[in-house]
Design a protein around this ligand. Structure first.
Ligand code: UDP
Ligand code: MG
Length: 317
């Protein structure tokens, strides 16, 4: 029986993973129960897996899942949940931006009866101004756009109870935004605050492209509001057009003035085409995601694993 599962998604983290292991080990040895350190190797092409295997050789609490390729951070977390055996499950980044020492505080809250304990960033160190600003805006936009209560400035660093984990595992949606799903299931949730450290070594595995995709996933999985925007914009623009038309007809009939040239014409056409294309793109974002769901492919493919059982297998025993 395992009491605590620590899920650590790793993608090309050879420069940090040993340190992460040591710090986690130090923290978890202070707890009262048995634990597992479940690494999910998300298709790294450096020595990450080799190091994990080394750690696992000496330490029975180290377990791992190895993906056949890079499937993404959110999928890696999900796979970790599929295979985690503990009563309390902690998700933590490998780069030590989330201080492992906080886990003790989370466990304390969990023992006080909370089902989800998430860590709220009060400050971010060592990240670019651009990332800070976009992240700040994104969390607020998401909050405004959705009806569920997704806390601002929290990442996936959190502790969840077994029952919450079981529910999340049942939700097989593809373009996953795990922190949103956790809020969606409800239960007793609470926050602890922390200052986000700098990355211990290496560089961010979230380039702008992945970040944009990730934020669109968050927005589209939890809100239809962008679609409603289309109809609202449509009404506003039609209304404006009618007034414009009346104005032009008035000029033509009752004054000597006429609106001249094709420039005004061109501007109008370009503007409206731009708006239409943006809205089509928005609809496309939703349709693409529907298409992903319909194909019903597995969320990830494992190449290798060590000392783990999927929940369904465990229950059969
Ligand atoms: N990660 C992953 N797959 C990816 C990208 C990232 O498993 O495709 C892991 C990464 O190894 C780290 C965590 O997700 O443990 C967070 O990534 P990172 O620290 O690069 O993101 P940032 O903190 O810059 O947002
Ligand atoms: Mg990081």
């Amino acid at each position: 029986m395992v009491k605590y599962s620590i899920i650590i998604p790793v993608y090309n983290e050879e420069s940090v993973i040993r340190e992460t292991y040591t710090r986690l080990k130090m923290v978890m040895d202070q707890t009262d129960g048995s634990y597992e350190l479940l690494f999910v190797n998300d298709g790294s092409d450096d020595d990450t897996l080799k190091i994990i295997k080394e750690l696992a050789y000496y330490d029975g609490s180290v377990k791992y899942l190895d993906f056949s390729r890079n499937f993404g951070h959110q999928i890696a977390i999900t796979a970790g949940m599929d295979y985690a055996a503990g009563e309390a499950i902690v998700i933590i980044d490998a780069d030590l931006q989330d201080p492992p020492e906080l886990i003790l505080e989370m466990i304390q809250k969990w023992e006080d009866g909370y089902d989800v304990v998430y860590a709220k960033r009060t400050r971010r160190k060592g990240e670019t101004l651009f990332k800070k600003i976009t992240a700040h805006l994104f969390y607020r936009l998401l909050r405004a756009a959705t009806d569920i209560d997704i806390p601002v400035d929290t990442g996936d660093f959190r502790l969840i109870d077994r029952k919450v984990c079981n529910l999340l595992v049942e939700m097989r949606e593809r373009n996953r935004f795990v922190r949103g799903l956790v809020s969606w299931v409800g239960f007793k949730q609470t926050a602890i605050e922390y200052e986000r450290d700098e990355r211990f070594a290496g560089e961010s595995k979230y380039p702008l492209k992945k970040m944009m995709r990730f934020s669109l996933d968050g927005l589209t999985s939890f809100s239809y509001k962008p679609l409603k925007l289309a109809s609202i914009l449509g009404f506003l623009l039609s209304f404006g057009s009618i007034i414009g038309m009346m104005f032009i007809v008035y000029l033509k009939l009752f004054t000597e003035l006429t609106v001249t040239g094709w420039s005004s014409l061109l501007i109008t056409i370009l503007f409206f085409n731009g708006v239409i294309l943006i809205i089509l793109g928005l609809i496309g974002e939703y349709i693409g995601r529907i298409y992903d769901e319909v194909k019903n492919r597995p969320l990830y493919i494992l190449k290798d694993q060590l000392r783990v059982y999927e929940r369904r297998e465990r229950e059969k025993e």
